[in-house]
Design a protein around this ligand. Structure first.
Ligand SMILES: [Fe+2]
Length: 211
């Protein structure tokens, strides 16, 4: 084998290996984003949410429970047209530990309906979206109702393009007694809850550690 042929073959092998590596990285990136195709940050939501002063607080993880359904619809409005549930806007930021916004993070939520039931055959009160360049997300939904053994809560999975996956649950501060009776409840997972003329507003900021 001539030196020139060898070099060409070596170059081809190196190029092929690089291609495989790139493909496997892509596959890994896609696979880690909760199985959703990564399409970059969402359009600017213009929420103007000020980031917190510090992002050092670790967000507790919590079980996903038995009712998670993957591959939910991409959407911001989860409200069913016939619902009698109390309107809730759930919004916040996804941030790095140094308080920088994480755009293009997937936020996937699911919760019980106004009767305390999950839709386990369809996607009622299930949906995901991507954060915008400011790291902001915003869902229009309803306040879930308690079911046996559980205080009302919203399940969440959050993951940025290069962060680890966080699975947790969010709670309502105005349900102190019910929260206290729930063995899964955690004080650090309370929504910052307020009332508006349109209903309830709950804010929660997620800080995600690098992968
Ligand atoms: Fe649940």
């Amino acid at each position: 084998m001539s030196k020139r042929t060898f070099s060409r073959r070596a170059a081809l092998i190196a190029a092929a290996a690089a291609g495989v590596t790139t493909l496997s990285c892509l596959a890994r990136t896609r696979a880690t984003l909760l199985g959703y195709p990564f399409s970059g940050p969402a359009a600017d939501r213009s929420l103007g949410l000020a980031p917190p002063l510090a992002c050092t607080r670790a967000i507790p993880e919590s079980t996903e429970g038995p009712f998670y359904t993957p591959e939910t619809p991409l959407r911001t409005n989860l409200r069913e047209p016939d619902t009698s549930g109390r309107p809730l806007v759930l919004q916040g930021l996804v941030l790095s530990p140094d308080c920088r916004p994480i755009g293009g993070a997937v936020v996937d939520i699911w919760h019980a309906d106004e009767h305390g039931r999950y839709d386990n055959s369809g996607f009622r009160y299930r949906g995901h979206q991507y954060t915008d360049d400011a790291g902001a997300f915003r869902f229009e939904t309803i306040r879930p109702v308690r079911y046996t053994g559980r205080t009302p809560h919203i399940h969440v999975k959050v993951q940025g393009p290069s962060t680890r996956l966080l699975t947790t649950q969010l709670y309502f501060a105005d349900l102190r007694d019910e929260n206290a009776r729930d063995s899964i409840y955690h004080d650090d997972l309370l929504l910052d809850l307020s009332r508006t003329p349109q209903g309830w507003l709950g804010r929660f900021d997620f800080v995600l550690a690098p992968a």
